[in-house]
Design a protein around this ligand. Structure first.
Ligand SMILES: Cc1cc2nc3c(=O)[nH]c(=O)nc-3n(C[C@H](O)[C@H](O)[C@H](O)COP(=O)(O)O)c2cc1C
Length: 271
């Protein structure tokens, strides 16, 4: 009988330690060893997946922090934002009002790209953004509940500032559900798109502790004001909606309980 000493369990990577526990006998036939290696691999891969799925379901891994798993078909590259406009900052500040009535006309993808860029777009080679962030930790996420945007199918999208692109995470028109979750505020359901600003507090509290909560709330205000001023510049209407059921919005948006929605901003054309 040929004897085979197995010294290499490192090829199972992170499962190496688990593999070590599996080593019963140190001297085996090649066939026995091959079968045992195969079983070890299957067990290690299955265990790794089970642990990862459990972590995702418990919110220990945020779906949007690992977007590389998204299908290419769900990624929507956005047109480059414009860096100048016809409305001065002073004029936009004077004109800004909460607008709660919109026409049925769709928004364009350029307008949507401009709005998400205003909220959290990258404006510096070091990854700094349009809105300030404590410690440049960027705990905010910008999502879109799309209902009536040219060339963009209905659904829920998340904005990736680093790539200036959208990733579709849910299909279908979710505006009515979102309106119901926002205490039936009809402007949420009748807008062309709802911009949802949410936060992963841990990104900021991990460094700043309790005070980080305050920082996150300040940051969502900065982003919301950027969106409001950009909307004025595009002659679009929007309003900050803070009255909604957190749990219901989390469920619609498929957020974990560790991500909190903070502002809903319906946007549409002004009548
Ligand atoms: C934190 C916050 C929460 C708000 N929540 C709502 C809301 O749930 N629904 C709504 O219609 N307006 C909401 N608003 C908009 C205010 O009603 C509005 O800003 C205020 O009436 C002043 O009017 P103006 O924005 O036109 O200046 C909110 C504004 C802020 C800053």
């Amino acid at each position: 009988m040929t004897v085979f000493m197995n010294h290499t369990h490192t090829d199972v990577g992170a499962g190496g330690a688990l593999g070590f526990l599996w080593m019963g006998s140190h001297v085996k036939s090649r066939d026995e060893q091959g079968a045992q290696d195969m079983i070890q691999r299957v067990v290690v891969i299955s265990a790794t997946w089970a642990i990862m799925l459990a972590m995702i379901s418990k919110g220990m891994i945020m779906a949007h922090t690992s977007p590389s798993g998204y299908q290419r078909a769900d990624i929507v590259p956005l047109p480059q934002p414009h860096y100048d406009g016809k409305v001065s900052v002073e004029s936009a500040l004077c004109q800004r009002r909460s607008v709660r009535a919109y026409t049925e006309a769709p928004l364009t993808i350029d307008e949507v790209a401009q709005l998400v860029w205003a909220a959290q777009g990258i404006t510096h080679a070091d990854g700094l953004r349009t809105a300030p962030s404590a410690g440049a930790l960027y705990p905010l996420r910008v999502s879109l509940v799309v209902g009536n945007v040219q060339t963009l199918s209905q659904g829920i999208y998340t904005y990736r500032p680093d790539k200036h692109e959208l990733v579709r995470v849910i299909e279908g028109d979710k505006r009515a559900e979102l309106s119901a979750a926002a205490l039936e505020q009809s402007w949420v359901g009748h807008s062309a798109v709802v911009i949802v600003l949410s936060a992963l507090y841990e990104r900021t509290t991990a460094r700043y502790g309790e005070r980080g909560i305050r920082y996150v709330h300040m940051e969502v205000g900065h982003a919301a004001q950027n969106i409001q001023l950009q909307a004025v510049s595009l002659n679009l209407g929007t309003v900050v909606v803070g009255a909604f059921d957190d749990r219901k919005v989390q469920r619609i948006m498929q957020m974990t309980t560790r991500e909190l929605p903070l502002s809903l901003m319906p946007v549409g054309r002004i009548p």
